[in-house]
Structures are given as C-alpha cells and as structure tokens.
Design a protein around this ligand. Structure first.
Ligand code: GCU
Length: 836
C-alpha cells in the first residue's frame, strides 16, 4: 500500500515539500517514463578531471537520469558502443570516435545535440558548451520531450553574465532574498557550497560569467585574504564553466593602494592596476574581467582628472589584455544633481552625451554595458538611444532580474515580455533594420564582443530570489541571452514544467498569471511611460509619485495641476527624442505617432489630452489602476485553483505572496489615484476614486488608546489618516457600529507593517473574535522594509465569510510592539466578490 501511494505520489509529480532550492533542476520523475524506450545504458564523459565541465556534465546526466527515470547509469570516460550518452568537446570526440561532421558549425560555447534510438551525442565546441548540451538534453527529458532530434545550438552573443550587487559585509544592494552567498563580515566566505550551487543553476541557462560584488565597489575586495577568497570562488565556479569577475572602485589606487592619485593616465596608476590584475590572475587563471561604475551617483572616475571615460576604461583594458580579460564599463553615468527648474535638463540624455563622441576610442576588450532604458529599470522605458549611437564600440545590454522598482519579488512580474519589447525594438540606424538584440551581438555593427548582463542579487533564501515565481525571470534571462528570438510564453511554459511538473492546469494557470503580470503591474503603478512612480528617495518599493520630482535625481514626471510628462521633444523640450536615429526620432517627436504607452515619457500634456484609445490621460490612469489591481486579485483565485496540484510548501508560500500582492495592488491603486485626483481635481468618470462605500475609516471609529495619525505621503492612507496607539505601551481599541445590512462579508483590514515591531491585532464582532494577526511581514516578505506608515508598509489582511448583523459592534484591539504602534488605516466590509 505504501508503495502504491508513493508511486501515485510520484506519478502526479507531487514530491514532498519543496523549498525551491532546486529551482528548475528538480529532475522530478516524468509521468510516462516508458515513452522513452531508448534510454542509453551508460554515460561516457570524455574528461575525468573533476574541475572539468565535461566531468560535471557526466555527473549531471547521471543525477538527472536517476531522478527522471529512476535508473542508475554508470559513467566512464572511454566507452564505445552504441548504447551510450556521450558528452565531450568536439576535439575529444574526434580523438575517441573519429569523424564529427558538425564541428565547423559550432561557434564558441555552441553545442551539438543528437538524440537517436539508443545513442545520444552531446558535443561542445568547448568544455562548458558540452555541459550546456547536457543540460539541454536533461531539460528535454525532464519535460518528457522524448523526440529524436539532431541540431546545433549556438549562442547569440559571447557575453552572458550576471551581476550581483553583494557587499563585503554580506548585505546586498537591492537584494530581496536575504544576505549574500559570497561574503560575510568583510571577506569572501570560507564555505562556497552555495556559490557552487548557484554556478550550477547559471550553467544550466548558459550564463558564463558572474560579477560577484556591488558596482558601488569596496576596494577592500583587493586585499590578500579576499583575493585568496576569489580563488576559492573561481574554483567552485570552474566545474560549471562559469567565470568569475569583480566590480572595481575607480579610486582603489589611492584609497586602497596608498598612491597620491588614481588618474588613469598616470603611469604609476597603470602599473598599480597591472600588478593587482596580475595578482588576481595568478590565483584565478580564467578570471573573466572587471565591471566598472565610474563617475556615477558619487562614484569616483576619470572625469575627476579631466580624463575621458574611454581613458578610464582603457586603463583596465590594458591591465587585462595580456590575460584575455575584458572590461564591462557601465554607461550609467549621469549627474544626480540636475536642476529641475531647467526645462531642458534631462537625465535621459546623459549616456549619449557622455559616450557618443567616444565611439571608436575604446580598446577592443572594453564592452560598454548599457541599461535597457535611458533612466533606470523602470516599468516601461524606450530602449536607450545609446544602442544606436555606438557603432565602433562593443556593447552589452544590462537587465535587472532583481525587481528593484517592480515589487521586490513580492509582486509577481514576469519580465521576459518587457525584455522582449526592448530586444526586438528596431532603432532603424541609417534607416536599416537595427534591432537592439542585433546591436548587442555582432550582427548589426560587426563588433566581436557583446551580449547581456543581468543584475540578479540572489541571497541565502532557499528560493534564491525570495520568491518561487520570481525564478522564472532568472531562467528567462539565460534563455534570452542565448537566444533573444525565444518567445516569452514558450520560455515560461518550459520553466513551469521544469519547476512544477506536468499538470495541464498548473501549466496554463501559471502561464496566464505570468503573462498578465507585467501589464498588471504597469497598470497599477505608473502608466503611459510616466515611470514606475515608486518612492525613489527611500525604498524603491511602494507608491510615492511626488518623490520623482523637484530633486536632482532627474526621474521627473513634471506633474502639476493641469499637465504631466517630460517634454523630450527637440522642438520644445530636452531634445532627447532627437538622440534616436531619424525614423525613430520622428516617431517620438510627435504626439500622434508616439505610442500611448510612452506618451508621458516623451511629451508634457494636459491631463485631458486624448489618447489613441479615446480616453483622457487622467481617466486612463484611473481605469488602468482599477484594472491592474483587479487583475492582481485574480492571481489569488487562479493560484488557489491549483491546490493539491503543487506540493504544499510551495503552494502555501506562493499563495501567501499572491494574497499580499493583491492587497498591496489596492494600496497602489488608491494611492496613485488619490494623488492625481488631488493634483488635477478631475474626478473619475466612474466615480470610484475617493468613493469607497464599504469602508469604515479607522479614524472615524471610537478610539480608546488609539489616536488619529496623518500619514505621509497623504495618499497612502484612505482619507489621508490612520490610527496609532497613543504610546508604544498602550493597548488600543477602535470600535464602530455596523450600519450595513445583515449578511456575510469579507472583512478586510488595511494596516501598516513596519520594521522594528510585531504588533498583534484582534478583530471582534460583538466581542466574539473573528480574526487575529501579527504584523510580522518583515519576516515573511523580502521587500525593503520601512519604519514609517507609508506606501511600503501598507498592507491588507482579509477574513472571509464573516457573519454580521446590522447594529453589531465591530472592535479592533491593537497591541503595539517595539516601535510599531499597531497602525490601522481602515476596515472594509465587502459583500463576497466585491473588491475595494
Ligand atoms: C540604481 C540603484 C542603485 C544602483 C544603481 C546602479 O540607481 O538604485 O542602487 O547602485 O542603480 O545601477 O549603479
């Protein structure tokens, strides 16, 4: 009986609790293993050295086949005979087996995969390519795709890196999944097990480089102990074919080396960098190179000495050149003290202004790494015009897997559709097809180096990114870096099969949720290209549109009482539209030809401006926010429909996040709508904004031990006001008579969950407890915390199916804790099915 249950369990793909650590490499049993009659009987890995990716490939094949089919295959490194899966480099294959016709078709890192009845050949142009082929074969098997095939797969571009913004103290800038897997207390960790597991994940999506530390770099990474640590990490990455890189601080020669200068044209500085570089290579012979953020956001750089950015980049290039290393030099250079009162100022112009005239002046082992849009990882941006301005310079695109402005992994936002829009955008350089994806490869400008980098920021959380569903973004990044022609929906379907198994409903539902998630997030955050509208001065998480304007950061919306948007036209604005090639410039210059979704990026218009849809800008804002927040509610019901079809741990953890997102989407909706209603004075035609018939405002309840509190920003509280306990030692009660008709309601309570306290709450009807909770989201969610009542800390809890009678007494008791004064915003009594 036990056996039967186990078999049934496995057949359904319902493994025991899963913590997410295996990500898409679970190798779960397939439902129809007999569909693959021709499973080879041995594994031949044509390299027996343990640090070799081909050796790793052999191990991985063994592990995968055991998991998927329950069969233990032996591995040897010399085997002949037809019934084997052979993995190796083209060179080793030829040595052992003679001819290999496809060798010439393989580019660097490319592989050949041939699956025949009883023979499988996985042949890489190099070692890691063979490992990529092994992962590809396993991915097919794990998805129960048993077709016989034979094909070559080559990468779109040579650079497929990830950037981790880890600090030496173990914290991670813009990381939402716990502390670093690389550093602790100022040094590289002794234990590199998890770092190796990460390299394995990356190899499976064909990422070939990791920059392990923050672009805001600490020069202490270059001390002896840390260089030894780099050696340990590189040793851990090497079996996976992943090369190590580091971010550098430009001022290191002075701050760390004790030189009087860090001028890139000073010969002593050159020598200093050459020595440091040599030292690194003597410990890490396959070191990938440096990533450099210079003269940006307060970081030092060559401009300090009136040298050009190219002078700065080339200094590192010279040091790396003899070793074959490369410099990823970031184009994210701008002045963050711009004067907002000058209509012509524009941060979006900075990259082209700094880099255009340097085209052709960079050494050939320099790659300029360009964020996908001209500002900073916003929910919608046009591609950076710099992609079209650099023709004689190697370029790479910088994407962000960590959801810095997009919900910190506590909101589901599947990013592949957004990345695809950028990669497929045709910049029409010289009136010729010039898609971004072809500019970052050699296709358009014939530059040999190029590709992609993604800021990932994994942490020690078992899920890697702090959320199971967010891992689809890391997966999609690798797939698109290898092949930008891949479709976002195909990628997510593969990822779901690998992550959750074969249930058709799971596949369709998670696909639907994922594909709707970016549009939904855009709808309930910043629309029409106005930017994300998150708080740019604090956590980059919750809503705070006012934070964009009137400061030097240059992420302006220029919203006033009648109009909104950045005028980036040439005729009347900052001229940014003119930085694009003529056909694109013309499109963005004119309101009529600018797509609605970028209208406010390029134009300053009245709130009453009509969109192509016929709606006004302001009504579009209102409608989009209602629509986006409504979509977020459906993610909960969609996910709930999968109960029993996914292991319990992941089901529960995702459900918790979706419920949280649904609540926070309402915070976004109301906050942004209130803000713009307040600013424009134009009412919502549908009369929803500011009109909430099901709400009981906490400040209107009768309070004991609680007092009203004016929340800042005002629009992050319903009615601008919440309640807090009168002291952090006072228990507060808020009571109200229920005036609604007797019936069954969903009782939703909006409260604020601050870091620095875990208040407890109880909600009672006629002194009967109907719900209780603790304000402990800081332990359960990964987003950057807040110590204030604001749009980051605002949250909702719902108790469903509560019976109330007209005239009953509703009471909330709040027990403050630490600095958290049990804050409450409002209570909603919602007839089932109502959202508000
Ligand atoms: C953003 C981000 C910073 C980061 C910077 C960068 O501004 O908020 O944390 O350092 O980008 O990419 O360099």
């Amino acid at each position: 009986m036990m056996h039967f249950v186990l078999v049934l369990f496995l057949a359904l793909g319902l493994a025991k609790a899963e913590d997410g650590s295996h990500a898409w490499l679970r190798y779960a049993p397939v439902p129809n293993p007999n569909g693959y009659r021709s499973l080879p009987s041995t594994i031949v890995a044509l390299n027996s050295s343990k640090s070799s990716p081909v050796y790793t490939a052999g191990q991985e094949l063994q592990k995968g086949i055991k998991g998927i089919f329950g069969k233990s295959l032996s591995i040897n490194d010399t085997g002949k005979g037809p019934s084997s899966v052979v993995v190796g480099t083209a060179e080793a294959y030829k040595k052992n087996y003679g001819e290999f016709d496809e060798a010439d078709a393989l580019d660097e890192d490319g592989f050949f995969l041939s699956i025949e009845e009883r023979r499988v050949r996985i042949i890489g142009q190099n070692q890691r390519a063979a490992l990529y082929g092994a992962f590809e074969y396993l991915s097919r098997l794990a998805q129960a795709n048993f077709s016989l095939v034979s094909y070559v797969s080559n990468p779109h571009a040579p650079i497929r890196w990830v950037n981790e913004w880890d600090n030496l103290d173990g914290s991670i800038e813009r990381g939402y999944a716990g502390p670093s897997i690389f550093f602790r207390d100022g040094y590289v960790m002794e234990n590199v097990t998890r770092a190796a597991e990460y390299a394995r994940l990356l190899a499976s999506i064909r990422v070939n480089g990791i920059v392990i530390n923050n672009v805001n770099a600490n020069a202490a990474l270059l001390n002896e102990r840390n260089i030894a640590g780099l050696g340990r990490l590189a040793d851990a990455f090497r079996p996976y074919g992943v090369q190590l890189g580091i971010s550098l601080n430009f001022a290191s020669p002075q701050d760390f080396g004790g030189l009087p200068t860090f001028d890139p044209l000073d010969p002593t500085v050159d020598v200093w960098w050459a020595n440091v570089t040599n030292k690194i290579y003597s410990r890490v012979s396959d070191f990938a190179g440096f990533l450099v953020k210079a003269n940006s956001e307060g970081q030092p750089g060559p401009l300090t000495y009136n040298r050009t950015l190219a002078d700065g980049a080339n200094m590192f290039a010279r040091a790396l050149k003899p070793h074959g290393g490369i410099v990823m030099f970031r184009a994210f250079v701008y002045d963050h003290h711009l004067t907002p009162s000058n209509w012509k100022n524009d941060r979006a112009n900075a990259a082209v202004e700094f880099f255009k005239d340097l085209d052709g002046k960079f050494d050939d082992n320099v790659v300029v790494q360009i964020k996908y849009g001209p500002i900073d990882f916003q929910v919608r941006e046009p591609p950076s015009p710099l992609f079209s301005a650099l023709r004689k310079t190697n370029t790479a695109i910088e994407l962000q897997v960590t959801q810095e402005y997009l919900g910190h992994q506590d909101h589901l936002v599947y990013l592949a559709p957004m990345w695809k829009e950028i990669l497929e955008f045709d910049l029409r350089v010289d009136n010729r097809p010039s898609k971004v994806k072809d500019i970052i490869s050699s296709a358009r400008f014939n530059r040999p180096l190029g590709g992609s980098a993604a800021v990932v920021n994994v942490g020690t959380n078992t899920t890697w990114l702090g959320s199971h569903l967010a891992m689809s973004n890391l997966y999609a990044y690798g797939i698109l870096a290898w092949n930008p022609a891949a479709q976002a929906e195909d990628i997510i379907r593969d990822w779901i099969r690998l992550t959750f198994g074969f249930n058709r409903q799971v596949l369709d539902t998670v696909t639907e949720m994922s594909m709707k998630s970016w549009p939904a997030y855009e709808n309930y955050s910043g629309n029409l290209g106005v930017q994300t509208l998150t708080d740019i001065l604090y956590t980059h998480y919750g809503p705070n549109p006012a934070s964009q304007d009137n400061n030097g950061w240059g992420q302006w919306t220029r919203a006033d009482s009648v109009s909104i948007g950045m005028d980036r036209t040439v005729k009347n604005g900052t001229g940014n539209a003119g930085q694009y090639p003529p056909e694109i410039a013309m499109m963005f210059e004119n309101i009529e030809t600018t797509p609605d979704n970028l209208l406010l990026w390029f134009h300053h218009v009245p709130y009453t401006q009509r969109l192509k849809s016929g709606k006004t800008v302001i009504q579009h804002f209102y409608d989009a926010h209602y629509e986006g927040a409504a979509t977020a509610q459906t993610f909960v019901t969609m996910w709930e429909s999968l109960k029993g079809k996914i292991d319990e741990q992941r089901y529960d953890e995702v459900l918790f996040e979706q419920v949280y997102q649904a609540g926070h989407a309402l915070v976004w909706r109301d906050s942004i709508n209130q803000f713009y209603y307040n600013m424009s004075g134009i009412p919502d035609q549908a009369k929803r904004v500011g009109n909430h018939p099901y709400r009981i405002e906490a400040e209107r309840m009768s309070l004991n031990g609680y007092e009203a509190y004016a929340v800042n920003p005002f629009h992050t509280a319903s009615g601008y006001t919440a309640i807090v306990t009168t002291s952090n030692g006072t228990v507060g009660t808020a009571t109200a008579n229920i005036t609604y008709a007797s019936g069954t309601y969903d009782l939703a309570i909006n409260y604020y969950d601050l870091i620095g306290g875990k208040s407890k709450y109880e909600v009672l009807i006629n002194n009967r407890t109907v719900g209780a909770w603790t304000g402990d989201l800081e332990d359960r969610l990964g987003h950057a915390p807040s110590i204030y009542l604001d749009g980051h800390s605002a949250a909702r809890i719902t108790f469903k199916g509560v019976k109330v009678n007209k005239g009953d007494t509703l009471k909330i008791v709040g027990f403050p804790n630490g600095i958290e004064p049990a804050p409450i915003d409002y209570v909603s009594l919602l007839p089932p099915g109502t959202i508000d």
